[in-house]
Write a protein that binds this ligand. Structure first.
Ligand SMILES: Cc1cc2nc3c(=O)[nH]c(=O)nc-3n(C[C@H](O)[C@H](O)[C@H](O)COP(=O)(O)OP(=O)(O)OC[C@H]3O[C@@H](n4cnc5c(N)ncnc54)[C@H](O)[C@@H]3O)c2cc1C
Length: 402
């Protein structure tokens, strides 16, 4: 009997298996993943892997040998079709039944799809997996004009790679501004201007209503107007993969509901990563996050508790995005701030915006400012003097000594 079964072979799954071994857990570990790859990092997919700067070996979380060396039974190309809580086992599409002592659900999410006129046409892609990017990269070689539906991080990252590679690029965003869901109007404007200056055409308040083409996409329809495109990439968010958990009767509510120990409503089943709805004791509310740091930290927490530990998950959310030569690092949620303080030089693409609530730092957006970002992490929740924050001559590190 396999003692620990991990459902899904993504970021959280790979980390959980490694953490179980690091914690000295010696019995069987099985990872069941439907993709044909070992656990890998998704961030490079819309960045360095798409641009060709990174190969697969850099994308994999760990070399395949890692799992064999540690006696971790990694079964790729294996889809789990059911969880039997009574018998404590899972079934696979290949007809296998695998027993578990503890189960970790790390099924991530899948792209939200558009079901509008013409959405089945060849030349229209979503971006979530290595296989998706391999298809998109091949299509980019012969394309001349790409239309990206969705002005979120993935859409804008793809836009930057595509325009640099010489394609004509249009981005459609149905909201009034790009990145509306995740940042302030000022940051949205900054990224809008950045992309426009590099040659990307951004259309805000523009909903895509259909696609047309003769056997292949040729244009994107937006109400009365249309945009020529021989390649379409859709990035309009994800849907958490919670169906197996739901069918097994686990509590779900925009994600699999877990406690601060990453435990679901069944004490022998844990969940981690994009598929969870978890409490954040620092922010005082529940969240479902789509970020690598969250997937990794939850995986470590779940692994510790599956092995009999008593570890709580409590971290301020953070995220990053690479577009052109700009690295954006975000801590917390800017929407939690009531005041913002700019430090640095926006025109030089090197600045940080601190967000404060009642005088304390609650979030930061740092562009090409890793030092400010690192310090902000330590200043989180602390009262700060806004004049000192804004003054680039003032050494922020001195605030940490207080
Ligand atoms: C293009 C892209 C760029 C991103 N960029 C960033 C970034 O810059 N910074 C950042 O912090 N985050 C980024 N993210 C988000 C980050 O990659 C995710 O938060 C992270 O991958 C979540 O890990 P996970 O293990 O929860 O899920 P996933 O990595 O999605 O893994 C889940 C795995 O489970 C498998 N699975 C699902 N159901 C089954 C089943 N029934 N049987 C077997 N296997 C199953 C799936 O096929 C998948 O392989 C990006 C995501 C994408 C797609």
């Amino acid at each position: 009997m396999a003692a620990m079964v991990i459902l899904g072979a993504g970021h959280a799954a790979g980390q959980a298996a490694a953490s179980l071994r690091q914690a000295g857990y010696e019995d069987g570990i099985v990872i069941l993943g439907e993709e044909s790859h070992p656990p890998y990092q998704r961030p490079p997919l819309s960045k360095q892997y798409l641009s060709g700067e990174q190969g697969l070996e850099k994308v994999y979380l760990r070399p395949e040998k890692f799992y064999a060396d540690r006696n971790i039974d990694l079964r790729t190309g294996t889809t789990v079709t059911g969880i039997d809580r009574e018998n404590k086992s899972v079934t696979t599409s290949g007809g296998d039944t695998i027993s578990y002592e503890k189960l970790l659900i790390a099924t991530g999410g899948r792209p939200r799809k558009l079901t509008i006129e013409g959405s089945h046409l060849p030349g229209i892609y979503y971006l979530r997996t290595i296989a998706d990017v391999d298809d998109i990269s091949a299509a980019m070689k012969s394309a001349t004009s790409v239309c990206i539906v969705g002005g979120g991080y993935i859409g804008l990252e793809v836009a930057s790679v595509a325009v640099v590679s010489g394609l004509r690029v249009n981005v459609l965003e149905m909201e009034e501004r790009v990145l509306q869901r995740v940042t302030t109007p000022e940051m949205s404007q900054f990224y809008h201007d950045l992309h426009t200056s590099r040659g990307v055409n951004i259309h805000v308040s523009t909903a895509c209503s259909g696609f047309e083409g003769d056997g292949h996409v040729e244009r994107v329809i937006c109400g009365e107007t249309s945009i020529e495109a021989d390649l379409v990439i859709i990035g309009i968010g994800i849907i958490p993969n919670i169906e197996l958990a739901l069918e097994a009767g686990l509590t779900c509510d925009n994600g699999i509901v877990v406690d601060d120990h990453c435990r679901t409503s069944d004490p022998d089943i844990f969940a981690a990563g994009d598929c969870t709805n978890h409490p954040n004791p620092i922010l005082g509310r529940r969240l479902r996050l789509e970020s690598v740091p969250n997937a990794m930290d939850q995986a470590r927490t779940a692994a510790a508790n599956m092995a009999g530990g008593d570890k709580s998950y409590a971290a301020v959310p953070w995220f990053w995005s690479d577009q052109y030569e700009l690295k954006l690092q975000m801590l917390g949620f800017s929407s939690d701030g009531t005041t913002q303080v700019l430090r640095g030089d926006k025109a030089a693409n090197e600045f940080a915006v601190f967000y404060l609530h009642k005088g304390a730092v609650v979030a930061v957006d740092a562009v090409n400012s890793p030092r400010e970002f690192m310090i902000a992490k330590q200043l989180y929740g602390k009262q700060v003097d806004t004049a000192q924050l804004a003054d680039t001559e003032f050494d922020l590190k001195s605030l940490l000594k207080k």
